[in-house]
Design a protein around this ligand. Structure first.
Ligand code: EPZ
Length: 422
């Protein structure tokens, strides 16, 4: 297993390009299952998770070609040969469950493995099932697989979700595009990735309104046609790299970044003393005067503070002046980066879903281990600000959500290299 070696190197400056969003691409790709016509995605990120989704779609009989160095995905689901998403693929990546709604709507049946355990929480699929059952599907769990049927087709309905789940909203919205009649989805998730999905579905001929609000209305149609869609920028990659000048000092311009994608996060950074300004090419972030000030954070569904930036924000708070309290309200086990940061000299006390961080003057380099995608990059951020060398092991987690992380950070002056496993 490869590792990454980071050596603290003082303030960093330059430009970092922001890629297309992993979490948008992972829901846009299954949308191809809704139509016989081709769907092409541009600005696709080059990540191992995208390769896994490609593998899954191909296992169902879809054609997926990766073009232009992987930034264009040309897909066609004209001749699907299977409606079973196999455990061997699903266990590698939970987002595989986003084929359930589209297959059910298009084929009238779908068999999807339950993903199983996850490092950051139980992550059940009950909200997906409830929503699809409201559209008339019959779903039963057998041998670890969800068997879903709607042989007579799905029917529009009014459904209120018990929690604004991102994945359940995406599955239900995609399924409802081909249902008979109108679906009104209440307490829907409002994430930018859902807005991007709806923009693409509309290009395919879907009739949808209300995306980005808590109520989404979908008027079912008989069929969807092909389209070409540009994947929205990755707000989590953007937020992650906004923290580079915040934690090390310096000034970085994030090319393709938009403040509207990260409002709640940006306002917390500004509260901590970081300056953020919009440029013609994106966002400029700088910290020139001394360490940041501690701020408190509570993770919430969009437009609240994103849970996918909590670990990275904790790394910053480890170097802040004062005490900060971070509350994780989305996932029940998302502080596994804390003990690794403590190995680097941080002062963190975790009690259930709350972490109290007392800032220290200087982190110290140490060998640490990545436990999940966002935890891995928080350790790299800490390593950039630490004295000496930090070795982050198990970086396969990182490859799932960050393309060219070593190259992008080297580009702003970081001392960082990937150590290939023997
Ligand atoms: C999406 O996961 C993202 N993944 C996650 O990003 C992100 O952390 C999460 O949304 C929240 O923003 C993708 O888009 C591929 P949820 P998802 O359904 O859809 C509970 C990353 O780092 N829940 O909104 O799985 C669930 O257990 C990843 O890129 C149920 O109880 O998130 C969790 O506690 C990690 N029943 C909460 O809701 C359900 O049926 C939020 O989950 C579904 C969810």
């Amino acid at each position: 297993m490869d590792s990454i070696l980071v050596t603290g190197n003082g303030p960093l400056s330059g430009q970092i390009p922001i890629a297309g969003a992993k979490n948008a691409c992972l829901t846009l790709m299954p949308a191809t299952l809704l139509s016989e016509d081709p769907l092409t995605l541009t600005n696709a990120p080059r990540l191992s998770d995208i390769k896994t989704m490609t593998q899954l779609l191909q296992s169902l009989g879809a054609e997926v070609s990766s073009l232009q160095d992987g930034q264009v995905l040309a897909m066609s689901s004209h001749d699907l040969t299977s409606h079973t998403a196999d455990y061997d693929i699903v266990r590698k990546m939970r987002a595989s469950n986003l084929v359930l709604g589209p297959m059910l709507a298009r084929l009238g049946q779908a068999v999807v493995s339950l993903p199983g355990g996850c490092a950051i929480g139980a992550r059940p699929m009950d909200l997906h099932v409830e929503g699809l059952e409201a559209l008339g599907a019959e779903i039963e769990l057998k041998d670890g697989y969800l068997h879903a049927k709607a042989l007579g087709g799905l029917k529009g309905a009014v459904h209120e979700m018990r929690f604004a789940s991102v994945g359940a909203t995406e599955n239900i919205v995609m399924a409802a595009t081909l249902a008979k009649g109108t679906t009104v989805l209440k307490n829907a998730a409002r994430e930018p990735e859902i807005v991007d999905l709806v923009n693409c579905l509309r290009k395919m001929g879907a009739q949808i309104a209300g995306e980005g609000t808590s109520t989404i209305e979908i008027q079912g149609v008989d069929r969807l046609h092909g389209a070409t869609h540009q994947v929205v920028s990755d707000r989590i990659e953007l937020g992650t790299y906004m923290l580079v000048p915040a934690i090390c000092g310096g000034e970085v311009e994030l090319l393709g970044g938009r403040k509207s994608l990260v409002e709640s996060f940006a306002s917390k950074l500004e509260e901590a003393g970081v300056s953020i300004s919009e440029t013609a090419k994106g966002l400029k972030v700088s910290r020139k005067n001394g360490p940041v000030t501690s701020v408190d954070v509570i993770t919430e569904p969009f437009p609240g503070f994103p849970t996918d930036l909590q670990a990275q924000m904790m790394a910053l708070m480890c170097t802040a002046q004062g005490v900060s309290v971070l509350e994780e309200r989305i996932f029940e086990n998302r502080f596994m980066h804390a003990p690794e940061l403590v190995r680097m000299g941080a002062q963190i006390e975790v009690h259930g879903g709350t972490a109290k961080v007392t800032g220290v003057d200087q982190l110290k380099g140490a060998p640490v281990m990545a436990t999940d995608l966002r935890a891995s990059v928080s350790l790299i951020l800490a390593g950039l600000a630490a004295e000496g060398e930090t070795t982050v092991s198990r970086v396969y987690h990182l490859d799932r959500g960050y393309e060219h992380v070593v190259g992008k950070l080297e580009g702003v002056g970081a001392k960082i290299e990937r150590i290939k496993s023997q």
